[in-house]
Design a protein. Structure first.
Length: 140
């Protein structure tokens, strides 16, 4: 969903009805009925609970290593940030009890603020002078 900028379970389930790419990835038949957004949300919870993504990635790395597609001589890091599905106004002080939508003059930082809609997102920017956005990625 993040890779194709699908911002919600509801939108994912809508795309599942007509997008063969998603159906192929889920090993679904073209005529098979999709599922609703609550099912998608529940499935994501199960995937996180059982660490399926890490195990899947480890298996992909093992297959690539077995096919001798990896070597230890060169290491590259991709600095791509995945923009979060959270708006800037959701980035609130961690101890904030009141809702105040006036952000003028406030300095927002990851150590003092967090998103109320997605706690895993961080305020990040790609370089000096670039606008900071709520994103997922590796913190420097």
């Amino acid at each position: 969903m993040a890779f194709y900028s699908v911002r919600s379970d509801r939108l994912f389930c809508e795309r599942l009805e007509y997008d063969l790419l998603f159906r192929c990835f889920l090993d679904m038949d073209v005529e098979e009925l999709g599922f609703d957004a609550s099912t998608s949300s529940n499935n994501r919870g199960r995937l996180l609970e059982h660490d399926v993504a890490s195990r899947f990635f480890a298996e992909v790395v093992a297959l690539a290593r077995g096919a001798r597609l990896l070597d230890d001589e060169h290491f590259t890091v991709d600095g791509t940030l995945i923009e979060a599905c959270a708006i800037a106004k959701s980035f609130r002080p961690k101890n904030d009890q009141e809702r105040d939508d006036d952000f003028h003059g406030q300095q927002r930082r990851n150590d003092t603020h967090r998103s109320t809609t997605d706690g895993d997102t961080r305020l990040m920017h790609k370089g000096v002078g670039k606008e900071a956005r709520l994103s997922f990625g590796v913190m420097p």
